[in-house]
Write a protein that binds this ligand. Structure first.
Ligand code: NDP
Length: 313
């Protein structure tokens, strides 16, 4: 059997990053986690890094401000997965990856790079609205730099993180489902795709040694999880044995409210707009040059929306 790649996770202390570390270890990869000195006295992050070490990961010191330190770390591995922050209401550092791309180019040994994407496919969002398009534009800048440097890549389009979208019954600003009411975005009938974050990590790690995913976009579309907001609400209503009081917010109202918010909020709302009013995640067929994760890896028993939502009971 071929040797499993050695993996470096950058952003391993993050919301998705910690799951990538776990999945990489679970799938038997020698796993390295970048330990940035800049985390200083952030005790939670340090404790998390130490727990990775206890589970068998190697902590490696490097800094985005020190090119050679990154090159040195990269020489130890075959695959780099970056999960640096990209949600404006938390933190958005997507373009910092250009430094990582430079270091990967110099190191010269990296066989696969998965940049911090894990959402809507930015290549499909050239007509996205301001200001939220910044997320897609920045991710495209990183893609171009990666491809110009000749670095082999896989782009993961993970659709909606379940924690954000199912937790809030697809309503921006909510991450816990109400037992009383819900506001539908428009008619609530646009389909979106919801993926358990641990499944995103599992599928992502599956791609790294797979020749079928080399230089391709991999969409994660678990077939049972392609649902409209109304269908998500119905699943929740079934679980709690009660119908929610429903109201609706029109597209015009949504856009008017959005304009009154601060920049970071507007970025997030733009993304909800494209997903929930336009159906940007599910309104296209996966074409040539791309793959779908649940078809490539039928052995993964993904979490269905209903299973995911039982955690809120
Ligand atoms: P987090 O906000 O949890 O941050 C991840 C990591 O980024 C941090 O732990 C830190 O890593 C690193 N980081 C932050 N600032 C800096 C800095 N200045 N220098 C170096 N590293 C820094 O990220 P998420 O998990 O929320 O996001 C990861 C990806 O997932 C993004 O691309 C985002 O757009 C996407 N996403 C998609 C969603 C969807 O629904 N599809 C929802 C949420 C995110 P460390 O300290 O370990 O070095």
């Amino acid at each position: 059997m071929a040797m499993k790649s050695k993996v470096l996770i950058v952003g391993g202390t993050g919301y998705l990053g910690k799951r990538l570390v776990k999945a990489s270890l679970a799938q038997g990869h020698e796993t390295f986690v970048l330990h940035r000195e800049e985390i200083g006295v952030d005790i939670e992050k340090v404790q998390m890094l130490l727990s990775f070490k206890q589970q068998g990961a190697h902590l490696v010191i490097g800094s985005f401000n020190d090119h050679q330190s990154l090159v040195k770390v990269l020489k130890l591995v075959d695959v780099v997965i970056c999960a640096i922050s990209g949600v404006h209401i938390r933190s958005h550092q997507i373009l910092l990856q250009l430094k990582l791309v430079d270091a990967i180019k110099e190191a010269g040994n990296v066989k696969r790079f998965l940049p911090s994407e894990f959402g809507t496919d930015p290549a499909r969002m050239e007509n996205a609205m301001e200001p939220g398009r910044v997320t897609f534009d920045d991710k495209m800048v990183v893609r171009r730099a990666t491809e110009e440097a000749g670095i082999p890549f896989t782009y993961i389009s993970a659709n909606c993180f379940a924690g954000y979208f199912l937790g809030g019954l697809c309503q921006p600003g909510f991450i816990l489902p109400s037992r009383e009411q819900v506001r539908l975005l428009g008619d609530g009938n646009q389909k979106a795709i919801y993926v358990d974050e641990d499944d995103i990590a599992t599928y992502s790690i599956k791609t790294i040694d797979d020749p079928r995913t080399l230089n391709k976009t991999v969409y994660i579309r678990p077939p049972q999880n392609i649902l409209s907001q109304r269908e998500v609400v119905q699943i929740w209503e079934k679980l709690i044995g009660k119908e929610l009081l429903k109201s609706s917010i029109s597209e015009q109202e949504f856009l008017a409210i959005m304009k009154e918010q601060d920049y970071a909020e507007q970025v997030g709302l733009t993304h909800y707009y494209h997903v929930c009013y336009e159906g940007c995640l599910a309104n296209f067929e996966i074409g040539d040059g791309a793959e779908e994760a649940s078809k490539l890896y039928p052995e993964v028993k993904y979490t269905t929306v209903e299973e995911y939502m039982t955690r809120y009971l």
